[in-house]
Design a protein around this ligand. Structure first.
Ligand code: EPU
Length: 342
């Protein structure tokens, strides 16, 4: 266990914002976290606690006057093998992409399209991370947590997590109350690639990969290259991936817009709803590649806001608000940050 006081959080958020925490506790076991919570004696108040992963979805607007919690536990454990499926319990503190690589190397299939997503395994179960037609929820069976008020263990089934697009109960009624300690995944022993998302098939062909004879490692490497071409590396340019979620609008709203913008990309969600890429809306408003002070809009993907060097959380928030106002004025659509403001 590591405890630090007045600790810089710059290395703990991929935006590279220079905020500080009054305390940082990095624990190596669930028991250490439980002991810490049970000693606090603040009658269940969790407001002074912030549990983070690798900080790839956070924007610090100031210093955090409490204790930041982070798991250092690194364990991957097979709990069952049943027919086509393997069931695996993975510690929250493992880097998501290290877990995907481990799964592919172990010939456990399903996660290939989720390669190179930044962040840790615990956050995958909170945010329901997704990319290229796959979502974490497709593989999560249940989630182990610690109640931050009592230190008690509580398990949530995938159904109780109420997963939706970039959404779960941990972002709503359970927010701030539970620390995810392990995520249980169900993966397949048989490789059944998902290639339907736009661009995957052409990227495979460009690399000379035969779709009928594809390996999971080839698909993983292709996804990694697609991402690298579009998304900035946080170590080179601070960012938190997609800054906004893609708005889901009523079909009537979509049809009105589509008559003005016939080339507008869109995805059907269900009969009544359509998802519109926020990156496209932002680009149409002229923000792609533009900067406002030390914060900017990434030149190759307008959904990603970047720290151009020395940005504060407020710099990024100001840029966010300007973009939201422009998208709202032009399209009548409110885009919502996916990133958590702290
Ligand atoms: N587009 C533009 N301009 C832009 C960006 C996108 O016109 O600057 C258009 C593209 O041409 C395309 C459409 O918008 O027609 C969708 O773009 P893309 O495939 O890049 O995906 P996205 O909707 O912008 C989502 C996820 C990404 C994920 C990709 C691929 C969200 C909020 N983001 O982005 O997730 O990698 O799909 O599946 O759903 C992340 O969360 O950090 C992330 C990168």
């Amino acid at each position: 266990m590591i405890i630090k006081d007045n600790c810089s959080l710059r290395e703990h958020n991929t935006f590279g914002i220079a905020a500080r925490a009054a305390h940082l506790l990095e624990y190596d076991s669930v028991e250490e976290l439980q002991a810490f919570i049970r000693k606090r004696n603040v009658s269940g108040d969790t407001s002074a606690l912030l549990h983070i992963g690798s900080g790839s979805n956070l924007l610090f607007l100031g210093d955090f006057d409490g204790t930041v919690l982070h798991s250092r536990k690194q364990e991957i454990h097979v709990t069952a093998n049943e027919g086509d499926y393997v069931y695996v319990r993975v510690s929250a503190g493992i880097q998501w992409d290290a877990w995907v690589q481990y799964a592919v190397d172990s010939r456990w299939y399903g996660l290939e399209n989720l390669s190179l997503i930044p962040g840790e395994v615990g956050a995958s179960a909170v945010q329901n991370i997704g990319a290229y037609g796959s979502e974490a929820k497709d593989f999560i069976i249940f989630v182990d947590t610690i109640d931050l008020r009592t230190g008690d263990i509580r398990h949530f089934t995938a159904e109780e997590c109420r997963y939706g697009y970039r959404d779960s109960a941990f972002k709503h009624e359970l927010r701030g109350r539970y620390a995810v300690t392990h995520v249980h995944f169900r993966l397949s022993h048989e490789f059944r690639p998902h290639l339907d998302y736009g661009g995957i098939r052409s990227a495979l062909a460009e690399r000379g990969y035969d779709e009928t004879n594809l390996t999971a490692e080839q698909l993983r490497q292709t996804i990694i290259e697609i991402r690298r071409a579009k998304l900035p590396e946080p170590s080179e340019l601070g960012n938190a991936g997609s800054f906004f979620t893609n708005p889901i609008v009523g079909r009537d709203v979509y049809e009105r817009l589509a008559s003005d913008y016939p080339t507008m990309p869109h995805y059907d969600v269900d009969e009544r709803h359509v998802k519109i890429p926020a990156g496209w809306l932002i680009e149409q408003c002229g923000w792609k590649g533009k900067a406002l002070g030390r914060a900017g809009v990434y030149e190759r993907q307008a959904l990603v806001l970047v720290n151009l060097g020395g940005a504060t959380g407020d710099d990024v928030k100001t840029l966010c608000e300007r973009i939201q106002a422009d998208v709202s004025a032009r399209f009548g659509i409110e885009i919502v940050p996916e990133v958590n403001f702290i």
